[in-house]
Design a protein around this ligand. Structure first.
Ligand SMILES: *Cc1c(COP(=O)(O)O)cnc(C)c1O
Length: 379
């Protein structure tokens, strides 16, 4: 068990540890969906850009999904399989390189399509349009809902030019976030009714990301029925581009207790930071799982866990433990592979956590370490 190893050795903290075995288990689930249905699943790099593992990921998945030129380069260089890109708008000075690196170029508007259509067609790459089905299936966090009012993501039915699709071979929608396949099905019903039914000459459809396929309670058979429906009824090639699902629960953030103070409740100061190393904790917000802990007051000793930084709100949450915490204790936050390394920063001059791999043979190795220069170079 990874956790026993973490406690037994003297690793430098803070550090992320990627669990190769867990990653492979996720990839096997995803590859199962591909094999049974013929869908193509791409790694959405924005969730997990750990290119050291792209070769492994590429043994199971069909390629990479990118949000911009840099991700397009990374995907091409380290996975080298199908490379698809969506951006809300492309820059004039980047589009040619993007076209050379990517197989599918997905536009967010008809004006972008008009601007770059001929260049893409001359290169024989595929053109897609992102649509907005205006069908919201999530509540509570508008920041993660591309169907929220006045959203800039995707073309709405009203703005869709059904007669101006020269060169367009596919459509893309991305409206889910950490959701199950019942929400996909409901969304697909709307997408079918408003777009797919009336579009001739479509070759492919991309269901975007947000499918929590590797979560224990995910209903894979409904997902597969959605895929088959598009394949059989409309003869479409189907793509999925999940990010989270690929490295869900496949990484840890290891930290140590630097100090213990008190203000109504015991407070432990850690050598990690929510703001710097797990920003989604504050942005989503959510409570990251912490190995061996309970909810506040569930176990005997409850602590508020916070960071070294000067941001008052840089607090991870309140957690309880069977034993009191001690200075130097190691704590292990779970599910820390996704949306962490790709989002971290050096606010307050906080060090970036080392990135390590716990490989499937049980060896722990360093993929990347950081120092003062990494902080300085960006300023
Ligand atoms: C964020 C995003 C994804 C991946 O989403 P997950 O929630 O990590 O699965 C895929 N496609 C697009 C266009 C995205 O913006």
């Amino acid at each position: 068990m990874i956790k026993d190893i973490i406690y037994n050795i003297d690793i430098k903290t803070p550090c992320y540890i990627i669990d190769e075995d867990r990653l492979i288990k996720n990839l096997e689930i995803l590859n199962g969906v591909q094999k049974r249905t013929g869908v193509k699943i791409l790694l959405a790099q924005k969730a997990f850009s750990c290119y050291h593992l792209y070769k492994l990921i590429g043994q199971y998945l069909s390629g990479t999904a990118c949000s911009g030129l840099y991700e397009a380069k990374l995907g091409k260089e380290y996975m080298g399989k199908e490379n698809h890109i969506f951006s809300a708008a492309y820059r004039e000075d980047e589009i040619d390189e993007i076209i050379s690196l990517c197989d599918h170029i997905i536009y967010n508007s008809f004006s972008q399509l008009d601007k770059y259509r001929s260049r893409v067609l001359n290169s024989r790459k595929k053109i897609g349009l992102r649509i907005n089905p205006e069908f919201s299936t999530q509540k509570g966090h508008e920041i993660y809902d591309p169907c929220s009012p006045k959203s800039r993501l995707g073309i709405t039915e009203k703005n869709f030019r059904h007669n101006d699709l020269n060169g367009v071979s596919g459509i893309h929608f991305h409206t889910l976030c950490e959701q199950n396949s019942d929400d996909l099905k409901a969304t697909l019903d709307v997408v079918e009714e408003r777009f797919v039914k009336s579009l001739k000459n479509l070759e492919w459809i991309n269901f975007g990301g947000g499918h929590h396929i590797t979560r224990k309670d995910y209903d894979i058979s409904t997902l597969e029925r959605c895929i088959r429906r598009m394949q059989e009824k409309y003869n479409l090639k189907v793509y999925l581009e999940p990010g989270e699902a690929i490295a869900l629960n496949a990484g840890y953030l290891v930290t140590k207790v630097l100090d213990i103070t008190e203000n109504d409740i015991p407070i432990a100061i850690l050598d990690t930071s929510a703001a710097c190393h797990m920003p989604d904790v504050l942005e989503m917000p959510y409570r990251p799982p912490l190995y061996g802990s309970g909810m506040p007051n569930e176990k005997k000793y409850t602590y508020r866990l916070g960071s070294q930084t000067c941001l008052a709100g840089d607090v991870i949450g309140e957690y309880s433990f069977d034993e009191p915490l001690n200075l130097g204790d190691t704590l292990v936050f779970e599910d820390m592979a996704i949306y962490t390394m790709v989002k971290n920063n050096t606010f307050n001059g906080m060090p970036l956590p080392e990135i390590m791999l716990y490989d499937k043979s049980g060896n722990l190795k360093t993929l990347k370490s950081f120092d003062y220069e990494d902080f300085k170079r960006r300023l």
